[in-house]
Design a binder for this molecule. Sequence first.
Ligand code: G3H
Ligand code: ZN
Length: 276
Amino acid sequence: MLTPTAEIVGAARAAGRGVGAFNVIQIEHAEAIVAGAERAGLPVVLQISENAVRYHGSLEPLGHATLAVARASSAHVAVHLDHATDVLLVRQAVTLGFGSVMYDASVLSYEDNVKATAAVVRDCHDHGVYVEAELGEVGGKDGVHAPGARTDPAEAAEYVGATGVDALAVAVGTSHAMLTRDATVDFGLVERLAATVPVPLVLHGSSGVSDDDLRRAVTSGMTKVNIATQLNKSFTAAVRSYLDANPSVVDTRKYLGAGRDAVADEVARLLTIVVG
Ligand code: G3H
Ligand code: ZN
């Protein structure tokens, strides 16, 4: 059932648990992610990034499909807009019925980030929509492991107060789009941030983090755990292996179905890890 992000993330934080947030690029991702959540008996966040919107040309078709998949599920499923830099896209997500948006002004200076984010928060809160923002840029969107960025706890607490955001993505050693799971998470910093920042913390670039370190990141204080690349690795490996074994197949349902099954398995597995 479609469930507000505030409810899912808020309950996880109150219980000291984590919640998996997985990226949807095509409808098979959404179907697989909710199948994994139903099997695990755990809530989940489906998120569509601005990059995925760019790939499809607009938010509406995939956004409607993702909301429909969430509504039809027996699991608690939130729908979230991920890494939006375009305020018009944020508005569209709000209008479509998304429960939350991530407004990503992390490349801006601190002052500009606060100003732009506070305006988005005002608008979203007027419509009952939960807002995640980012402070201290988590690198790697260009595929390069850039583990150097760090979020300062005192600045993060000030930022939350100045913007009114509901959740905060922080830089603690991870990078986006890592193909190997050997990122070094700064657990001491996670603990300091969790003790200082009054809203749930979000780990981005979680595909680069090992199973043990994902568990430890949650017990150290992270709440929402964003995972994208790891699912694409599972999807692509299954499609490749299906096509290698069945070179004459042309029905796309056969090999996309194999990818979808593999993603469901990986989501069920990861959800039980990130729950903490
Ligand atoms: O916002 C999405 C995530 O941070 C996913 O990153 O592809 O490295 O798992 P990832
Ligand atoms: Zn991210």
